[in-house]
Design a protein around this ligand. Structure first.
Ligand code: PHE
Length: 455
C-alpha cells in the first residue's frame, strides 16, 4: 500500500472526512430542491427510485472518486494523471479533473446567487421584516429582490467572501474548522425544526405527501429527475469528493465512510421534507409551489405561526450553513490545483478563484434583471449554467470516472486501495461500477439531452 501524504494537509480523523464530505453533499439540493421534486414526482415511488439511484450509481462512483483521490493525494487534476500513469495509461485522463474544476466553477457562480437570497432572508427574518406577511406580499418581496441587482450583488459578494475566507485557511485551519462548527449546528437546527413541525399538528399530512406510495404519479421523467438529483446531491462528477478523499487517512475504510456520507445526505433530505411540508399544510399553502417553495411559501408560513420569526430565522440560518459548506467544496479542487501548479499560498489561490467566480456570478445574477434578455439556447444565463452543469457536466464526469476506475485501473490497484473486508463485496462493487453505473448514467444522460433538444 502506498503511504503518501497530501501537501495540503490531512483530516484529523475518519469523522472529519465524513463530516466534511457530508457538508459538501448536504446543500441547497437537499433542503430546497429535494422536498419539492419528491412531492411533484409521486412521493414514495419517487423516493424509492431516488434511493436505488443513490445505491447503484451514487455509492459506487463516490467510492471510485475517493479511491483515486487517496491514491493520488493531490488535486483531482493531478490525482487523475497520477493514477493513469500508475496504471500505465495516458496522462490525458487529467482532463476529467479539468472538467470537474470547471464544473465546480460554473456551479458556484449560480449557487452563490441563490445562497445570496438565503442570506437576505436570514437578515429579513432576523430583523422582523417579514412579520405578518401575506402570500401576495411574500411573492412581491421575492420578486423585488430578484429585480434589485444592487441588493443581489451585495449578498452574492458577502457569500463569495465567506467561502474564500475558508478556502484561504487551507484544509486544517479552513475546511476542517468550518466543518467542525457548521455541521453539528446544521444537524441541531434541522432536528429542532423537525420537532417544531412534529408539534405543528400536521405532521402526518407532511409524511403522507412525501412517502405515500403513488406509483401512477411516477413517470419516466421522474426517473430522470431522480438520477440527476442523486448526482447533484452527492456532489459527484466534479472532483470535490476526490479532493476531500485525498486528505483522508490511509487506514480508513472507503466503503464504510462512503455509505455513511450517502446515508447522512439522504437522511437530511428526508428530514428537511418532513420539517417543511407539515408547516406548509398547517398554513393551507401549496406544497407544489416548486422553486418558490422556500422563498415565498415558507416565509408566509413562518410569518403566521407562533414563534415563526425565531424558527424562520433558524431555518434560513440552517440553509445558509448548508450552502456554505457545499460551496467550499466546489472551490477546493481548483484551489488545490492552483497551489500545486503555481506554488502560491492558499490565500493567493483563494483570491484569484474568488475574483473569477465572483465575476462569473454577475452573469447569473443579471439573469433576473439587467441581462434577462440575454439568452443562451433559449435559457437565461442562470438556467443555462444550471442545465450545463447538472445535466451534462456532472453525469459526464461521473461516467468517465466510472469507466476509468472500472476499466482502466488494474484490479490489484483498486482492490488494494479500497481494502474492503470481503472479496465478495469488492467483486460486487467492481461489477456495478463497470456495467450498471455507466449504463444507467449513459441512458439518463442521453435521454436528458434528447428531451431538452426535442423541446
Ligand atoms: N451537493 C450540493 C447540494 O446538494 C451541491 C454540490 C454539487 C456541491 C456538486 C458540490 C459539488 O446542494
Amino acid at each position: 500500500m502506498q503511504n503518501k501524504q497530501s501537501i495540503h494537509g490531512a483530516w484529523a480523523n475518519r469523522w472529519m472526512f465524513i463530516l466534511a464530505a457530508t457538508g459538501s453533499a448536504v446543500g441547497l439540493g437537499n433542503i430546497w430542491k429535494f422536498p419539492y421534486i419528491a412531492g411533484e414526482n409521486g412521493g414514495g415511488a419517487f423516493v424509492l427510485v431516488y434511493l436505488v439511484c443513490i445505491l447503484l450509481v451514487g455509492v459506487p462512483i463516490m467510492m471510485a472518486e475517493v479511491l483515486v483521490g487517496r491514491r493520488g493525494r493531490q488535486s483531482p487534476i493531478n490525482s487523475m494523471r497520477e493514477a493513469a500513469y500508475e496504471a500505465g495509461h495516458h496522462g490525458r485522463w487529467a482532463g476529467v479533473g479539468w472538467l470537474g474544476v470547471l464544473a465546480g466553477f460554473l456551479i458556484f457562480s449560480f449557487y452563490s446567487v441563490v445562497a445570496g437570497w438565503v442570506l437576505y432572508y436570514i437578515a429579513g427574518m432576523g430583523s422582523g421584516k417579514f412579520i405578518g406577511l401575506g402570500s401576495d406580499q411574500a411573492g412581491q418581496v421575492f420578486a423585488a429582490l430578484l429585480e434589485d441587482p444592487k441588493t443581489l450583488l451585495i449578498w452574492h459578494t458577502v457569500f463569495v467572501v465567506l467561502v474564500m475566507m475558508v478556502i484561504a485557511g487551507g484544509v486544517n485551519k479552513g475546511l476542517e474548522r468550518a466543518t467542525r462548527v457548521l455541521m453539528p449546528l446544521l444537524f441541531v437546527l434541522l432536528f429542532v425544526l423537525l420537532g417544531y413541525s412534529i408539534n405543528s399538528g400536521y405532521f402526518s399530512q407532511g409524511w403522507d405527501f412525501l412517502f405515500h406510495f403513488k406509483p401512477e404519479a411516477l413517470t419516466w421523467e421522474a426517473v430522470l429527475v431522480a438520477m440527476g438529483h442523486a448526482f447533484f446531491t452527492l456532489s459527484l462528477g466534479m472532483g470535490c469528493i476526490m479532493a476531500y478523499g485525498s486528505y483522508m487517512g490511509k487506514k480508513d475504510s472507503i466503503g464504510g465512510t462512503v455509505l455513511m456520507i450517502a446515508g447522512l445526505d439522504t437522511l437530511v433530505a428526508l428530514v428537511a421534507g418532513l420539517a417543511i411540508f407539515p408547516i406548509v399544510f398547517g398554513n393551507q399553502l401549496d406544497p407544489g409551489a416548486g422553486p418558490g417553495l422556500m422563498f415565498i411559501t415558507l416565509p408566509v408560513a413562518f410569518s403566521q405561526m407562533a414563534g415563526g420569526q425565531v424558527f424562520g430565522f433558524l431555518f434560513f440560518l440552517m440553509v445558509g450553513f448548508a450552502a456554505w459548506t457545499s460551496a467550499i467544496s466546489l472551490m477546493e479542487p481548483g484551489a488545490a490545483w492552483l497551489v500545486e501548479k503555481l506554488g502560491v499560498k492558499r490565500i493567493t489561490a483563494a483570491s484569484i478563484l474568488g475574483f473569477l467566480v465572483w465575476a462569473l456570478g454577475l452573469l447569473a445574477l443579471g439573469s433576473f434583471n439587467l441581462t434577462s434578455d440575454l439568452l443562451l439556447f433559449g435559457m437565461t444565463a442562470f438556467d443555462f449554467l444550471d442545465f450545463l452543469t447538472a445535466n451534462i457536466m456532472l453525469p459526464l464526469g461521473g461516467l468517465l470516472v466510472a469507466i476509468f476506475v472500472g476499466w482502466y485501473l488494474p484490479r490489484e490497484m483498486t482492490e488494494d486501495e479500497l481494502a474492503l473486508r470481503s472479496s465478495g463485496i469488492y467483486l460486487i462493487w467492481r461489477f456495478v461500477l463497470r456495467y450498471i453505473s455507466p449504463a444507467a448514467v449513459a441512458v439518463v444522460f442521453a435521454l436528458n439531452l434528447y428531451q431538452k433538444l426535442a423541446g
